[in-house]
Design a protein around this ligand. Structure first.
Ligand SMILES: Cc1ncc(COP(=O)(O)O)c(C=O)c1O
Length: 461
């Protein structure tokens, strides 16, 4: 066997002290947020009633290449970071591929995913500002869990609007959020105007991330000294997740390795954006030629079948509009098990990179994702989250292509989390009851129609 270990751990001392801000190396920035009332570019003051001030500063910071990670955040990070970089020797053997497969494992904390990286940063800045309560939404439950851990640590009350179908599929996710002190409300609910409206139109709906965001934002702006925090999509979240990529790059360099292909699943884009950031920064400067691949569910194909247009980040149309790949904020994704990937839009940074041809995207079906998850878990001994398994699917596909061509490419993917709370899905798959749902063009038209009606998109669609 080669002298590359199965697991490479950086020391606590080697853990990055700065978040890398990819935007500083992007020659062109994505288009600015648009204020939904004035339909003009949003300025800092527009965002302050909803978000914490330092996070708004980070959202708008396109010039500082490195932003220092506050000491208290690094202290928290040390409870579960640095995260290991794993050489998938067993998977390589199982596939019989000449490819070298590596993955970064972000599931090594109680919340079970990368979401904690941004949760702790966001709660820290809220505490510093003297904010007395926080609201958020959660899809799969990972973000809600991560945030409840961070809120417990910094002692700030938290209300989590959890997509109704997820709260039913994953009662233990709800229980763990409550164990850490978060209050869980299945969304849509009757606790907000937005929720009541959605329920009146569609009483049987299982909810969506877009709809839970509307409720959480409304709750924050109608509660004194409260703010809303978001687990993905925004530039600030990708910034915090850059620690994944920086650790990865440091570990790969220690091993003398350089990826040819980097793969990540994409819901709102935060893990992928953080994972690829340093390497993408180098690619933008012409220093490498790595292929970057985003993997999304075929049932919610924002990149591969969406439009690049301005859209609301939520269903209730309360948030600023972002220019992104989107299926339209009215699009209701089918209840697939990768709840964290059921989002109509996509990170504006990744959307811009995709539009400029720097990022590829693939859409994969649910059953093919679980095929990959089973193969992976049986040889690598980690039970992956359904979301993360989207990346595994494409990593396996790329490794099998190498088997055909005989190329020994280096494939690096991000394993964002574990699937212990997804056993209903695994059970369905094991019993042969899992199905695929791929929206028809007519299904997608419903969402696109709402985009065409927005004056800001005139001439774009
Ligand atoms: C385990 C896991 N991976 C990936 C995602 C997708 O989110 P993002 O695209 O922001 O990384 C989620 C979202 O909930 C998740 O829980």
């Amino acid at each position: 066997m080669a002298n590359i270990p199965y697991r490479t751990y950086l020391t606590e001392e080697q853990m990055p002290k700065y978040w890398y801000n990819m935007r500083a190396d992007m020659k062109q920035q994505h288009d600015p947020f648009i204020h939904p009332g004035t339909m003009k570019p949003a300025v800092k003051e527009d965002l302050l009633p909803v978000f914490c001030e330092e996070l708004v500063n980070q959202e708008m910071n396109t010039t500082d290449r490195y932003i220092e990670i506050p000491e208290q955040v690094r202290e928290f990070y040390r409870t579960y970071r640095p995260a290991p970089l794993i050489r998938a020797y067993n998977l390589e053997k199982e596939l019989g591929t000449p490819a070298k497969i590596y993955y970064k494992f972000e599931g090594n904390n109680t919340s079970g995913s990368h979401k904690l990286n941004s949760a702790v940063a966001q709660v820290y800045y809220a505490k510093e500002q003297g904010i007395t309560s926080l609201t958020t939404e959660t899809g799969a439950g990972q973000w809600g869990t991560a945030l409840s851990m961070a809120a417990a640590y910094f002692k700030i009350p938290l209300t989590v609007y959890m997509v109704k179908v997820s709260s039913q599929q994953k009662p233990y996710r709800k229980a763990i959020i409550e164990t850490f002190g978060g209050k869980v409300i299945p969304s849509p609910s009757d606790t907000t105007e937005a929720g009541r409206k959605i329920l009146a139109e569609n009483p049987e709906t299982g909810g969506s991330l877009g709809c839970a965001i509307s409720e959480a934002v409304e709750k924050a702006v109608t509660t004194p000294n409260s703010r809303y925090v978001l687990g993905s999509v925004l530039d600030q979240v990708l910034l915090h997740q850059a620690i994944i990529g920086s650790e990865c790059k440091a570990a790969m360099e220690l091993l003398g390795e350089q990826p040819d292909i980097m793969i990540g699943c994409a819901g709102g884009g935060s893990n992928l954006g953080g994972f690829i950031s340093e390497y993408m920064g180098e690619r933008l400067q012409g220093k490498n030629n790595i292929r970057f691949i985003a993997v999304e569910p075929a049932s919610c194909p924002s990149f591969t079948r969406g439009k690049y247009a301005y859209d609301f980040c939520d269903t209730g149309r309360m948030t600023p509009l972002a220019k992104m790949y989107t299926l339209g904020s009215d699009f209701m994704p089918s209840p697939i098990h990768a709840g964290g990937l059921r989002y109509h839009g996509m990170s504006p940074i990744l959307s811009k990179l995709y539009h400029d041809g720097m990022l590829e995207a693939r859409a994969v079906s649910q059953t093919s994702v679980f095929d990959a998850a089973i193969t992976f878990s049986r040889v690598e001994q980690i039970l992956p989250a359904p979301e993360s398994s989207h990346a595994i699917r494409v990593a396996i596909d790329e490794a099998l292509k190498c088997k055909e061509t005989g190329e020994a490419k280096t494939i690096l993917f991000n394993l964002t989390g574990t699937g212990y709370f997804d056993m209903t899905a695994y059970q369905q798959y094991n019993e042969g009851r899992m199905t695929d749902y791929i929206p028809t063009d007519a299904d997608l038209e419903v969402g696109f129609e709402s985009l065409r009606k927005l004056p800001v998109n005139e001439g774009l669609l």
